[in-house]
Ligand binder design. Structure first.
Ligand SMILES: *Cc1c(COP(=O)(O)O)cnc(C)c1O
Length: 217
């Protein structure tokens, strides 16, 4: 478990790039990790976690919440409309609002439930057909559409293409956020979270560097 090492690297990246550490949230991405590893990180005092799948999150976090106070859960994987209610019951934050249909569903459920997690709009900065996210050219209109539904849009999220320089994508995401008056930037993973911090990330999503490699076996 190298939570402390990652926290040190995060602090150093903030210091190096003139960022306030309090403005950068470290999301420990616990998807697929065995419960024992997750519990080590909880025991070390960390409380902010990320999961990709609603089903998987529902299978572990209600249980951990019985033992540990103050857990903050971020949903960072693709969200289907029929899982939205469960996602909104479990998570304090959803990073993957990527199309009008899911936005409309969340808005309706928020009315009904009387609360809504903070939301990030996922932008497909690399315009990859297989990847979720609104196209950069459609982002401004979609952000306005979501705000028009009174959704609490905290910011934008991206997952850069694996074979491209991540900086270009971080810079693009920041530019779209700035021109829309949004302050939240969910970007940066194990291999590039320090670079993302240099580009203004407010939420970094770090999995394997904290927990070790995921075993999908
Ligand atoms: C799995 C995942 C991460 C964490 O990836 P690592 O490379 O293990 O840090 C971050 N963001 C998203 C959206 C993910 O699916």
């Amino acid at each position: 478990m190298s939570l402390s090492e990652i926290k040190q690297r995060l602090s150093k990246a903030c210091a190096d790039h003139g960022r306030n550490e309090a403005d950068v949230t470290l999301i420990a991405v616990s998807k697929v990790q065995p419960n024992e590893r997750v519990e080590e990180v909880l025991k070390a005092g960390h409380r902010v976690f990320g999961e990709n799948k609603v089903q998987e999150a529902a299978g572990k976090w209600p249980m951990f919440r019985e033992t540990y106070d103050g857990i903050e859960l971020h949903l960072i994987g693709p969200l289907q409309s029929n899982k939205a209610r469960q996602a909104m019951e479990l998570a304090q934050s959803i990073h993957t609002v990527d199309r009008p249909k899911i936005a409309t569903t969340i808005a309706r459920l928020a009315q009904e439930m009387g609360h809504c997690p903070e939301l990030f709009i996922q932008v497909n900065t690399g315009e990859e057909p297989q990847k979720a996210g609104i196209a950069p050219a459609d982002a401004d209109a979609f952000i306005k559409e979501c705000q028009g539904m009174d959704l609490p849009i905290r910011g934008l999220m991206c997952i850069p293409p694996v074979d491209e320089e991540a900086s270009l994508h971080f810079a693009l995401l920041r530019k779209i956020a700035e021109r829309n008056g949004l302050s939240g930037l969910s970007m940066g993973m194990s291999d590039d979270f320090e670079k993302a911090i240099s580009f203004g990330a407010t939420h970094v999503r770090v999995g394997s560097a904290i927990f070790g490699a995921r075993d999908y076996g």
